[in-house]
Ligand binder design. Structure first.
Ligand code: UT7
Length: 336
């Protein structure tokens, strides 16, 4: 049976580094508050002058992943692009990336799963590969979200946590009976809570889509009920981890590394505590990059591989919760 196997990963962070002290210039916040509440020390943002979108960041990450996989762009059968900050309203950033890669008619689709884009994307990849629809899939998660943040004190709860960046993963169908590749997936959504983490405007359900008055009220900026998202994450992430382990017939000790979405260090520490995990079994980099939404897990995966924390034969559990609300987990085992 065909299994979806990771052949190459890559990441790209735009060079502009914004520290907590930089944020203090624009809004009433402090390095101490941000570190204590989130663990974040700095993040990378696209240039202030604009001109760089997620497809540009994704292109840089994809080039590295392709090279490591030993693929040329022509080897790609399908591009899946995860982003909440598409370059333009439509068409999707996947199409823009496809053109940047020099491809003519390779299919490309965007998924709107925000922080859970990678886990949803892996489940889709697994289904496409097992069914024989596509054999070589490039997943890219990329965000240029800093340009759409409210940098005044009004938006400080949201604006201090987000960063820009991209992660890319090449997955290929490999015929094997070994227990490798994607071992189990488990996705959820609860639209009842769509409004607790959202960018409302511009909205086609309004006519006109957006007005100066709406902009003055900041309705085009992200809104988040941070406390409720936090509480939900701390409850849902252990639940989905346990059910995914059960589905795979594995125990928590079988997992070499947990790679959670990097939203807030405190959320991931609370998860580790609830699961009784030793510190070395959970990966964190939110301190350096902030919350890069769809890019966060593929960036973390790329770093964990580069640091040799995981490698041949390792079993990894990816997990995330974000806007939608959506949440999910995937267990993946590398080939020996
Ligand atoms: O990525 C997908 C999903 N997103 C998440 O998982 C994020 C989940 N939520 C969080 O990470 C946290 O809720 C935040 C980091 C966003 C906020 O932390 P918190 O500990 O929940 O703070 P809070 O919103 O309850 O606010 C506590 C206080 C408030 O002041 P008062 O009312 O107690 O006087 C806020 O006004 O902190 C104030 N505050 C700030 N102070 C300085 C909020 N943001 C800031 C800030 N700097 N940036």
């Amino acid at each position: 049976m065909k299994k979806a196997i990771i052949k190459g990963t890559g990441r790209y962070l735009p060079p502009r580094v914004v520290t907590n002290h930089d944020l203090e210039q624009w809004m009433d916040t402090s390095d101490e508050w941000i570190r204590q509440r989130t663990g974040i020390e700095k993040r990378h943002w696209v240039p202030e002058a604009g001109g760089v979108g997620p497809s540009d960041l994704g292109f840089e990450a994809a080039k590295i992943a392709l090279e490591r996989a030993g693929w040329t762009p022509e080897d790609i059968d399908l591009i899946i692009f995860g982003t909440l900050s598409p370059d333009i309203y439509f068409p999707g950033s996947g199409c823009l990336l496809q053109h940047k890669l020099g491809l003519e008619t390779t299919p490309a689709l965007d998924i709107r799963q925000q922080c859970t884009a990678f886990v949803y994307g892996l489940e889709m990849t697994d289904a496409f590969i097992r069914s024989g629809y596509y054999n070589r899939i490039l997943f890219v998660g990329a965000e240029a979200q800093s340009t759409a943040l409210d940098l005044s004190t009004r938006g400080r709860d949201v604006s201090v946590i987000f960063g820009d960046g991209a992660g890319a993963v090449c997955l290929e169908g490999v015929e094997t009976d070994d227990p490798v590749g994607i071992l189990a997936t488990n996705m959820h959504a609860q639209g009842e809570f769509a409004e607790i983490l959202t960018v409302e405007l511009p909205s086609p359900r309004l006519n006109p889509w957006i007005t100066a008055e709406m902009i003055n009220k900041g309705r085009h900026y992200p809104y988040m009920d941070g406390r409720l998202v936090f509480k939900t994450a701390v409850r849902r992430l252990p639940q989905v981890t346990k059910s995914t382990l059960k589905k795979a017939g594995l125990s928590i000790d079988d997992i070499d590394l947990f790679i959670p979405h990097q939203a807030n260090l405190r959320i991931n520490q609370a998860f580790a505590k609830a699961m009784n995990l030793p510190e070395e079994k959970i990966f964190h980099n939110v301190q350096r990059y902030g919350n890069t939404t769809a890019a966060s897990i593929p960036i973390a995966l790329d770093e964990a591989l580069e640091q040799n924390i995981i490698g041949d034969g390792s079993t990894v559990l990816f997990l995330a919760l974000g806007a939608g609300l959506t949440w999910g987990a995937v267990i993946y085992r590398f080939e020996q």
